[in-house]
Design a binder for this molecule. Structure first.
Ligand SMILES: [Zn+2]
Length: 556
């Protein structure tokens, strides 16, 4: 294979160089460091069937090859390291194979072997990143005037095509518009939006997908087994996560780890080399944040940062764990990349928090991303993000209070189930202002897991027990809560809870205090009421702000 490009090792004016190894220029420096062949090379797919995770692309190309309906120019776009160049070489083999054009090249014939070895004279690869000028495109056009030396096609692979200069694109355009029948263009790009529309419209475009974590993880485990080194399931999962969809990145990381931990790559080796926090640390952090244990969370963050972990990576890993929790809460099948141990570790938290809370938490966490990206002090930004997430239980409590304390919809229907209902097994942490009302707390606690809205409503009441009669006295401001507590819908659960908590009480009465019923002094009374209200107090502490006005509730 001829590589047209600037050899990074030479400082001369050499513009065309030959390599028999097919090693990408970016890999050369790295290749020299290690004595064995890098995995990305030794595991480069030699058949379409081995191309990882690009079934749609493979099927399109194979159909075209089988039907003899191959285009003359293709554009492969997608993330780095997902198989674009590999697919281009496979396509070159498929058209030039002695059995070809064929949907699956034989891999044995002279042409196939030369392309595999990077020695085919009819397959030209251009790295547009180092080769952006119009002159080089003209040189190439000279070459394309001649029929292939031996094979059917001259295949020209232009990598990172979006890097070409405008004049180079214009020169190229003519060649793509009216190519000789023996020329096959394959353009590859990580940034399709930078490729001019004039080029795009003349190409068949194929989008390469990022690889799923589970696909990469399985691939890594296969490689480890075949190459005869140990790779712990946790390590494979972490590498797959860090590679972010790029199989080449995953294999590079695996190379690094193989050099670091000869023969056996475990979770600790991954933590040390990749600088990612261990799964235990991240999941412990998320637990602490979800429970509002601020001091513990901050202390863990401090020690991770002190151990040299990058704030952005910590942020990313916490986000990833939240996402795993959400997936587990929605449908465990969504998270195939987790190991069984990790799944068991996360499952209780996923079930306890539930999909609604986790969606909100993940949203809250992602909102902080610009701060992590832009700020010069990322560690501070990370702590702020953690603090905001740790306020979550308090926010949840406000929401529950609002759900129970505001007027029900006009048709009397309860709020949409699941919209704001916390799924905690127990009552949420309480603000100091709510702590004095011990009895309603017990009643609310008994209701919390199954009837959170009712629990929040009851929380606003004074509870008096007189023999078999339980009376809930609501302040005027909480008239809506009172109405809800007195509703038919609430009666059954409320009586059941009273029976359990007060051992035998069976009649429940709901009263609304009438001291402020005279509308003349209602606003003053409501204002005073609002100031005393634990929910409003909590809202003021958490989100800041002042009570601006109070309106009597209609129908109160
Ligand atoms: Zn062949």
């Amino acid at each position: 294979m001829i590589r047209v490009g600037v050899d990074p090792r030479s400082y001369g004016k050499q513009s065309i160089w030959f390599t028999g190894s097919g090693v990408r220029s970016t890999e050369i420096g790295y290749h020299a460091l290690v004595s064995y062949q890098v995995l990305a090379r030794s595991w480069r797919p030699q058949r379409f069937a081995d191309l990882l995770g690009q079934e749609a692309v493979v099927q399109t190309l194979q159909n075209a090859l089988t039907a003899g309906a191959l285009g003359h120019a293709y554009l492969f776009s997608g993330l780095r390291g997902v198989g674009k160049t590999t697919a281009a070489r496979l396509l070159a083999k498929a058209v030039n194979c002695v059995d070809g054009p064929t949907a699956e090249p034989c891999g044995e014939c002279v042409s196939c072997r030369e392309i595999t070895d990077g020695a085919s004279i009819d397959v030209v690869e251009i790295d547009a990143a180092t080769h952006t000028g119009v002159d080089q495109v003209r040189e190439l056009q000279e070459l394309l005037r001649f029929r292939p030396t031996r094979d059917r096609y001259r295949v020209v692979v232009v990598d990172e095509v979006h890097m070409l200069s405008k004049s180079a694109f214009n020169a190229l355009l003519k060649s793509i518009e009216e190519p000789p029948p023996y020329v096959l263009w394959v353009f590859a790009t990580t940034e399709r939006h930078k490729v001019p529309a004039t080029i795009l419209s003349r190409c068949q475009q194929l989008e390469f997908r990022p690889l799923g974590n589970d696909t990469i993880r399985t691939h890594l485990e296969t490689i480890a087994a075949r190459e005869g080194f140990e790779l712990s399931p946790g390590a494979a999962a972490t590498i797959a996560g860090a590679a972010q969809g790029s199989v080449r990145d995953a294999l590079s990381l695996l190379d690094q780890l193989r050099a670091f931990a000869a023969g056996s790559i475990d979770d600790e080796a991954v933590t040390a080399v990749l600088g990612v926090p261990s799964f235990e640390v991240t999941s412990g952090l998320v637990d602490a944040l979800a429970d509002g244990r601020v001091a513990e969370a901050l202390s863990t963050l401090r020690s991770e940062l002190a151990a040299g972990h990058d704030a952005a990576i910590l942020y990313q890993e916490i986000g990833r764990t939240l996402r795993s929790l959400l997936h587990l809460a929605v449908a465990p099948d969504l998270e195939p990349a987790l190991t069984e141990d990790q799944r068991q570790r996360l499952q209780p938290a996923a079930a306890g928090l539930g999909p609604d809370a986790l969606t909100r938490m993940l949203g809250l966490w992602l909102e902080q991303e610009p701060m992590l990206r832009d700020t010069v002090n990322r560690e501070l930004a990370l702590e702020v993000a953690a603090l905001r997430l740790a306020r979550w239980p308090a926010v949840q409590r406000i929401e529950a209070w609002l759900a129970g304390g505001t007027a029900a919809p006009a048709d009397g229907a309860p709020p949409v189930p699941g919209s704001a209902e916390p799924r905690h097994d127990g009552p949420p942490p309480r603000g100091a202002a709510a702590a004095d009302a011990a009895v309603p707390s017990d009643l609310a606690a008994a209701l919390w897991s199954d009837h959170p809205r009712l629990a929040a409503a009851v929380d606003a009441a004074q509870v008096a027990v007189d023999g078999p009669v339980v009376t809930l006295r609501f302040p005027t401001a909480a008239a809506a809560s009172a109405r809800y507590a007195a509703s038919d819908e609430a009666r059954g659960p409320l009586e059941g809870a009273c029976r359990r908590v007060f051992q035998g009480a069976i009649e429940v009465r709901v009263d609304v205090e009438t001291a402020a019923a005279d509308l003349g002094c209602a606003v003053e009374a409501l204002l005073a009421e609002a100031r005393r209200d634990p929910g409003i107090e909590l809202a003021r502490t958490v989100i800041g702000g002042e009570i601006v006005s109070v309106r009597p509730d209609e129908g109160a």
